[in-house]
Ligand binder design. Structure first.
Ligand code: S3P
Length: 179
């Protein structure tokens, strides 16, 4: 294993990036970095507030700046991205330069169930959340599919999933990302 490679978790909202990222980092005794949490810390407000007050484009710009920053160094960290990080190719290029990219997936009904517990995701605050999830998934499918390593988190327990991620991290080098 290239010890300093990052493990970069991408995937739609509710696919388990933060929960599993935290777990893998603890198993590997490496730092866990969460892009959304860091953006909230830096901006001093929630993601929902950033969207409402500054607009999505401003959020995407801040997200891209952070992707460039964190992607620039092999820190041996686990990075949980926001679900929209794939919207800009430059983000994936930056994060994949020193990190093993993994795409997490889940069935729409699982995503619906997992995301229904909170209202912190501005893109899902609509009267028909299920439709919004299906529409966004369809629109973004080609972008998520670009990441060669994929894990479906719908049915497996978090411990098994974290072990799989740890295995991928230790057996892969960023040069194999293929993006
Ligand atoms: C977004 C996903 C969110 C957050 C923002 C936008 C998206 O992150 O970055 O609400 O465009 O898919 P999570 O995937 O961690 O919920």
């Amino acid at each position: 294993m290239d010890k300093l490679s990052n493990l970069v978790l991408t995937g739609f909202m509710g696919t388990g990036k933060s929960v599993l990222g935290r777990r893998v980092a603890a198993m590997a005794r490496r730092p866990f970095l969460d892009m959304d949490a860091e953006l909230e810390r830096r901006e001093g407000k929630s993601i929902a507030q950033i969207f409402a007050e500054d607009g999505e484009e401003a959020f995407r710009d801040a997200e891209s700046a952070l992707a460039t920053e964190w992607g620039g160094t092999p820190m041996g960290s686990v990075i949980a991205c926001g679900g929209g990080v794939v919207l800009r190719e430059q983000n994936i290029q930056a994060l994949g330069a020193n990190g093993v990219l993994v795409g997490l997936t889940a069935r729409p009904e699982v995503i619906l169930e997992r995301t229904s517990r909170t209202s912190k995701r501005p893109l899902l605050e609509t009267s028909d959340r299920e439709k919004r999830i299906r529409d966004l998934l369809a629109a973004r499918a080609p972008l998520y599919a670009k990441i060669p390593l994929q894990i479906d988190t719908s049915d497996l327990d978090p411990h098994t999933l974290a072990l799989r991620l740890l295995h991928l991290w230790t057996q892969t080098v960023p040069e194999q990302n293929g993006v």
